[in-house]
Design a binder for this molecule. Sequence first.
Ligand SMILES: Cc1cc2nc3c(=O)[nH]c(=O)nc-3n(C[C@H](O)[C@H](O)[C@H](O)COP(=O)(O)O)c2cc1C
Length: 191
Amino acid sequence: MKAIGIAGSFRENSNTEFYVKKALETLLYKGIETELISLKEKVIKPCTGCYDCVKLNRCTIEGDDFEGIFEKMKESDGIIIGSPVYFSSVVPQLMALLDRAGFVALWSGKFFTRKVGGPITVARRAGHNLAFSQLLLWFFINGMIVPGSTYWNVGVAGARGARNAQEDEEGIQTVIQFAENMAWLMEKVKC
Ligand SMILES: Cc1cc2nc3c(=O)[nH]c(=O)nc-3n(C[C@H](O)[C@H](O)[C@H](O)COP(=O)(O)O)c2cc1C
């Protein structure tokens, strides 16, 4: 079984990437193959609403990194999606990926149905709930199964959003517990 973790931040020393890696390390420890996909050096153009995917079963936007990531999403048994919180929302580069991947999947094959996964969001201080809910809605409309944890999978980055999310011990424990539950669930639902 394989799980990927998509980290939506463009920042060096990203807090989000730190948490996504924590989850992937836990999954690896539980025997699941893992891969981190950072959007840092990737270009994902936004959905244009052309509806080509409805007719052609694929996204027709060209000249960016969408296809490679989408293929990995389709091949994986588990998907973790991590986003920094910007004005209480998911970052646009990640929404560009999720809009396009979700729309192609919904119209042409329900590719993500019964995969296991969940969101992680990281904010300096507040706004997690909305961003976390945005991602949950994406998981649910795609028929995915989302395990819980001991709290929501959120990290608090602290002053100036510096990379001190590693000091948020509760956030780290929550993400580790989420990943343990995800590994347990993946084992239960594997075909
Ligand atoms: C444009 C922008 C908007 C932000 N909006 C919020 C916000 O609504 N709430 C918050 O607590 N932090 C906010 N932050 C801080 C980031 O969420 C924080 O720095 C986070 O750690 C970034 O994650 P990253 O290190 O993975 O990029 C914002 C930062 C930027 C650049």
